[in-house]
Ligand binder design. Structure first.
Ligand SMILES: Nc1ncnc2c1ncn2[C@@H]1O[C@H](COP(=O)(O)OP(=O)(O)O)[C@@H](O)[C@H]1O
Ligand SMILES: [Mg+2]
Length: 326
């Protein structure tokens, strides 16, 4: 008789935890926490996001309610459980700035968490130029940036049963169209999750399309007021910052609703857009007041031109919202 390893009760409990996407996320998040640290619990709406097994899922919500966080935990669950053996999964966003927080969080978490660490080879597991994570169990996450061209070049050729489109309010529609055939709808459990904050744009806008026009998608709509981490003080500040509760910014970012229709003045698809560097800087007047030296110090960080003839477009968004008559 051959020797068979006996599975302990503890192993069975762990198995039950890991195969449940919510318990798995909370287990991993809390594993290394010290006793006095606050334990993480997913919000009930986050549990609904990640336990929505409909093939088409739309998440159109306010800013910072925890969409990307929930989806990142779902990615981890899919990878470590090898839900789609022999297939890679895809997380795609409009541009590099949107990918950065999720990518660095995933890499840091897979390197530092005492459970996840077992799954990733610190040397070969992370490819930061192609944004690919490969785990020892042969699962793979490929992160794709749609880019500015809107042609779909960055997603064409993929074949996968699981795609998350994050920041869908800004995702180029051309890329979205090109992306549809990449989803292996023949794989059991295939899923396309589209998540973002309404922008007011309606025509050729993926966030609006999936939330309002396409009946295949289950709809998740959460306002910041449902977010337990959004305090009274945050609310007061948001009202002040966005200029009242009936402004479009408040309606989009706090209520997570589409508000009045906004129409894009230019259709990006009709423009030839080349690759050029874009630099952004935020100056917070509520911190610096009229301390001019602080502003100048910060502005001097901007890169200079090698050649004075270089064309440069400079824009300032004042982030204040007043009517023209003010
Ligand atoms: N259940 C939770 N408990 C504690 N913090 C959370 C939870 N969900 C999200 N967060 C934190 O809230 C912040 C915003 O989350 P994020 O996923 O980036 O928001 P969104 O993608 O909706 O804009 C992040 O710092 C994240 O770590
Ligand atoms: Mg996000």
């Amino acid at each position: 008789m051959s020797l068979v390893e006996k599975i302990t009760q503890e192993d069975l409990v762990l198995y039950e935890i890991l195969r449940n996407p919510v318990l798995c996320a909370e287990f991993i998040q809390n594993l290394d926490k010290l006793e006095y640290e606050k334990k993480l619990e997913l919000d009930s709406y986050q549990k609904e996001f990640i336990c929505d097994f409909n093939p088409y899922v739309s998440i159109a919500c306010a800013r910072a309610v925890g969409k990307s966080f929930a989806l990142t935990n779902l990615i981890i669950w899919i990878l470590i459980n090898n839900i789609f053996p022999s297939d890679y999964i895809v997380y795609t966003v409009p541009s590099k700035v949107h990918l950065e927080p999720v990518w660095s969080y995933l890499v840091r978490f897979f390197r530092s968490n005492s459970f996840l660490r077992q799954f990733a080879d610190p040397k070969t597991g992370f490819n930061s130029s192609d944004f690919i994570i490969k785990l020892k169990n042969n699962t793979q996450l490929s992160c794709r940036i749609a880019g500015q061209t809107g042609t779909g070049a960055n997603v064409v050729g993929l074949h996968t049963p699981f795609v998350i489109v994050d920041e869908s309010g800004y995702y180029p529609f051309g890329t979205w169209t090109e992306m549809q055939p990449i989803i292996n709808t023949f794989t059991f459990g295939y899923r396309l999750i589209v998540s973002g904050v309404p922008t007011g744009l309606r025509e050729r806008n993926i966030c609006f399309h999936c939330d309002q026009e396409n009946s295949s998608y289950t709809k998740h709509r959460i306002s910041a007021l449902q977010n337990p981490r959004f305090s009274e003080e945050d609310h007061r500040r948001a009202i002040e910052q966005y200029g009242g509760t009936d402004t479009e910014d408040y309606i989009h970012l706090v209520l997570g609703e589409h508000g009045k229709p906004i129409f894009a003045l230019f259709d990006r698809n009709n423009m030839e857009i080349s690759d050029y560097p874009v630099y952004q800087m935020s100056l917070d007047g509520t911190k610096f007041y009229d301390n001019v030296a602080d502003y100048i110090n910060l502005l001097s960080v901007f890169p200079t031109f090698a050649d004075k003839k270089t064309e440069c477009l400079f824009g300032i968004d004042l982030r204040i919202h007043r009517t023209i008559s003010d």
